[in-house]
Design a protein around this ligand. Structure first.
Ligand code: HEM
Ligand code: NAG
Ligand code: NAG
Ligand code: NAG
Ligand code: NAG
Ligand code: NAG
Ligand code: NAG
Ligand code: NAG
Ligand code: NAG
Ligand code: NAG
Length: 530
């Protein structure tokens, strides 16, 4: 099955971007976003729009794309305020944001944000996935948007406004006239107008009593909406009426005497102009926000690292994920000897480890396909090298790196976090994956604290849960940990535990030990060896 996937996608053109965001472990934001775009092939974000899935007489993609535009469209380029900042969560009651699609979109997104990825980044990823899911180009995604905590001004463009208001509104957002025309033509390819929400556009009382009219049929990401407008065959109700007061697309498409629309009649131009403008649209953010470079599939991603005391040593589990490119001859790759990947680490104190480092070989290698977008970005599959190292308890571990022998004639090389090594900041507060317990009913998280005889220890965990109902709710919570009677002190560590709601999507452990603060990100609620 996997093989047929390779063959099928062998001709796909990878996304060409000169500079992608550099992943310096640990980077919870890039780590999470990259996983959502390219790895998790089961999440709603990476699957819901595929095949331009229909919903509510429209498509999931159209609902996601419209939310992205409406959230962005409160930006004011002069003041730098507003933009794609998830303020739409607080603006849903407004007539400007009418429609079932808006609420459904937020429900689709509820499990995607975490402590490091805001809803604004999720809305922007949703725009990328909407275009991709309907067969359009891959829009580069930059991460790092910040969520607003209140509504923005009520200034989303309305279909009954005149062309000068629309020009002014788009200039306010940072788009000139031809960009306004193109962006609208790029958006009004997916979905359409619903009668219940816009009875002034589609008359409910007049036969044939349509429930809605699509901008173009079939709904897919292409420029039919442009060519059909130009050849007078369009069914777009925002062009042909019947109510010309509401025919905003007619006025917008005509604004420069069809010059822009005629350019967009070329499908290649349409795709590249739309990719560019939609990328700019999701990057319209408040001026205090700094976005990363575009997030591409990451080669050599360290993940699932767990360090905890066990049987007189420290157990150190880690996984190195490597990327198998689409253009690698899969048959040759399968026949070749598997490359040898070695984990190496240095002692935290003293010189227990020799100068070349202590070493552990990978004990398990497995493979997985990525998301649909990973495959179209040139990733054939991910390879996971798992490690289970035994670290000396007293001298501990300060940093680690990997040595890879490709065994294909190329010399062995080192993977060391771009020259900085993978640094273990501290070993005072550890997430104890082995002592933690996960049952379908509850998750008991255990923190191991090296208290060194210090009396004042306080431990808690901040979690980002899945806010279910009503929208919006703030899903973060603080769980206080207490001394764990099931696990008496051992190997110089004291154990504290707390019960985490199974709805938690990510959490960070915190402790104050002897007045010093420590924290430890726990991205996934898993226990060691499961
Ligand atoms: C002056 C500019 C615009 C006006 C007045 C406008 C107005 C509208 C209206 C009235 C609808 C029907 C909504 C419904 O019935 O649920 C609609 C749908 C839609 N708009 Fe716009 N729009 C504008 C620009 C844009 C832009 C720039 C984009 C995105 C780049 C966009 C994306 C969409 C999408 C995807 C839908 C379909 C939603 C669905 O089927 O659920 N629009 N627009
Ligand atoms: C709008 O901006 C584009 C660049 O994106 C430029 O090529 C075009 O000339 C501008 N159009 C107008 C009407 O200013
Ligand atoms: C056309 O739309 C305008 C603005 O919503 C509305 O006032 C008017 O009644 C509509 N006309 C018809 C014929 O539906
Ligand atoms: C633009 O094209 C449309 C569709 O062919 C046509 O109805 C309209 O009159 C044209 N506008 C101008 C200013 O030529
Ligand atoms: C479309 O209609 C407009 C206005 O009626 C006309 O000027 C134009 O030539 C028509 N275009 C085509 C391709 O028929
Ligand atoms: C892998 O490399 C390490 C040294 O880096 C070596 O000790 C080990 O024997 C090698 N394993 C295989 C299977 O080649
Ligand atoms: C061997 O594999 C490495 C990485 O896996 C690759 O960069 C290199 O180009 C390969 N060398 C040859 C000769 O195929
Ligand atoms: C990375 O680790 C190696 C081995 O311990 C060490 O020689 C090197 O100086 C470290 N590099 C940095 C930038 O810390
Ligand atoms: C949630 O509440 C916490 C504490 O009140 C606050 O710091 C955080 O910014 C809020 N998050 C959101 C997304 O509103
Ligand atoms: C790691 O190795 C230890 C023994 O050295 C073993 O008890 C443990 O189950 C191993 N863990 C995993 C995840 O393989």
């Amino acid at each position: 099955m996997r093989l047929s996937l390779f063959v099928q996608l062998a001709c796909a053109l990878p996304l060409v971007i000169s500079q992608g965001a550099v992943f310096h472990w640990p980077d919870p934001l890039l780590d999470s976003v990259e996983a959502q775009l390219y790895v998790d092939h089961l999440s709603p974000l990476s699957t819901a729009t595929l095949n331009c899935r229909t919903r509510d007489l429209s498509t999931v993609a159209a609902q996601w794309l419209r939310m992205g535009f409406h959230d962005m469209s409160t930006h004011d380029k002069e003041t730098g305020k507003g933009g794609l900042d998830a303020s739409i969560i607080y603006e849903l009651a407004r007539a400007q944001n009418i429609g079932l699609g808006m609420r459904k979109t937020l429900v689709d997104y509820l499990s995607s944000p975490n402590e490091y990825v805001g809803m604004a980044d999720v809305i922007a990823m949703g725009v990328v996935m909407s275009v991709f899911g309907c067969g359009g180009p891959i829009i580069p995604f930059r991460a790092g948007r910040l969520d607003a905590h209140e509504a923005g001004p009520e200034i989303v463009p309305q279909p009954d406004q005149d062309i000068d208001s629309h020009r002014a509104a788009f200039v306010r957002m940072g788009f000139n006239e031809s960009e306004m025309i193109a962006l609208t033509a790029c958006g009004h390819t997916l979905g359409g107008v619903r009668t219940v929400d816009f009875p002034d556009i589609i008359d409910v009382n007049k036969p044939p009593r349509l429930v809605g009219i699509a901008f173009q049929v079939p709904i897919t990401f292409d420029n039919s909406v442009v060519t059909e407008y130009l050849d007078n065959s369009t069914i777009n109700p925002l062009v042909v009426g019947p109510n010309m007061t509401m025919a905003s697309d007619f006025r917008i498409f005509n604004a420069d005497k069809n010059v822009t629309m005629q350019k967009l009649a070329d499908p290649k131009t349409y795709n590249s102009v739309c990719a560019d403008l939609l990328a700019r649209m999701i990057d319209v953010v408040p001026s205090n926000v700094k976005l990363t470079d575009p997030v591409l599939p990451i080669d050599y991603k360290v993940q699932n690292t767990f360090l905890f005391p066990q049987g007189g040593s420290l157990a150190f589990l880690a996984t190195l994920r490597t990327l198998q490119p689409q253009n690698e001859d899969i048959r040759a790759a399968l026949a070749a000897p598997i490359r040898n990947v070695t984990l190496r680490w240095a002692s935290r104190t003293g010189n227990f480890c020799p100068p070349e480092g202590c070493a552990a070989e990978s004990f398990l290698l497995d493979y997985d396909t990525g998301s649909a977008m990973a495959e179209l970005s040139g990733v054939a599959q991910w390879a996971y090298y798992h490690f289970n190292a035994t670290v000396d308890l007293k001298t501990s571990i300060s940093h680690f790196w990997f040595e890879i022998d490709p065994k294909n004639g190329t010399a062995p090389y080192v993977v060391d976090n771009h020259g900085t090594n993978f640094t273990i900041e501290q070993d005072t507060l550890l997430y104890d994956a082995r002592r933690s317990e996960y049952t379908p009913q509850k998750y008991t998280m255990v923190a191991a604290v090296k208290n060194q005889g210090l009396a004042s220890v306080s431990t808690y965990s901040t979690i980002q849960g899945s806010p279910l109902d009503p929208i919006p709710v703030n899903g973060s919570a603080t769980i206080h940990f207490t001394l764990d009677p099931k696990h008496p002190p051992k190997d110089g560590y004291t154990f504290y535990s707390g019960t985490i709601s199974e709805k938690s999507l990510s959490n960070t452990l915190h402790a104050t030990v002897g007045g010093k603060k420590f924290s430890q990100w726990v991205p996934i609620l898993s226990t060691a060896g499961v």
